[in-house]
Design a protein around this ligand. Structure first.
Ligand code: DGI
Ligand code: FE
Ligand code: FE
Ligand code: FE
Length: 186
């Protein structure tokens, strides 16, 4: 699919700010794919579509979870957790993208999962360090990503979980499985 066609399709489903974020993720993911020997065109596709469901109706997304028999635990969570798995389903059914690497990168871009592939890590990290992100510590994560994808991914997951704990937010079990798999592989 042409980049402009994909961008036009997602642009109408999100506010301008999220579209600008998406462009940042796209550029960052392509760069990381080139650096870490993954397919840049696939990185472009996964990045463009990663937040396609971010503003979808939550009731509708839960309906998709039930009808498509996605992980039933998703029914207890809001758009922040639902938009990855439901986004992957939209991309597969509406845009006929059947590449499992792309779909899994979209599916797990928020929570991560145990034993992530290099390609999934690229999308996860790109989402977090793209140029429009502004949180405290992002500059260190960017520097790390230039040196080691593994170290950057580990730091990104740690940052996310620390943030969730410090702001007293519930942690989705798959996010914990992701964290545990990182700790155990050391
Ligand atoms: O969609 P984005 O804002 O670009 O980024 P994202 O999809 O990576 O994350 C969306 C939000 O979800 C972000 O504020 C962090 C949060 N999040 C990630 N893992 C968990 C989580 N929130 C909860 N409650 N539990 C999690 O395990
Ligand atoms: Fe997201
Ligand atoms: Fe993320
Ligand atoms: Fe995002």
């Amino acid at each position: 699919m042409e980049r402009q066609t994909m961008l036009a399709a997602i642009k109408e489903r999100m506010p301008e700010k999220r579209y600008i974020h998406t462009i940042g993720v796209m550029e960052t993911a392509i760069r990381l794919a080139q650096q870490y020997d993954e397919n840049p065109k696939k990185a472009e596709i996964a990045a463009i579509f990663h937040d396609i469901a971010k503003y979808a109706d939550v009731t509708w997304m839960k309906q998709v979870v039930t009808e498509q028999q996605l992980d039933a635990r998703l029914l207890d969570w809001d758009a922040e957790i639902l938009h990855g798995p439901v986004g992957a389903w939209i991309v597969e059914t509406e845009f006929q993208i059947n590449d499992e690497a792309i779909l899994n990168a979209i599916r797990y871009h928020t929570t991560g999962r145990a034993n992530m592939t290099t390609f999934e890590k690229i999308i996860y990290v790109a989402d977090m360090i793209e140029p429009n992100r502004k949180f405290l510590g992002v500059e260190e994560l960017r520097t790390l990503a230039d040196i080691s994808l593994e170290d950057a991914f580990r730091a990104c997951v740690t940052h996310t979980l620390s943030f969730l704990v410090s702001s007293q937010q519930a942690i989705y079990p798959v996010s914990i499985e992701c964290y545990n798999s990182l700790i155990r592989e050391e």
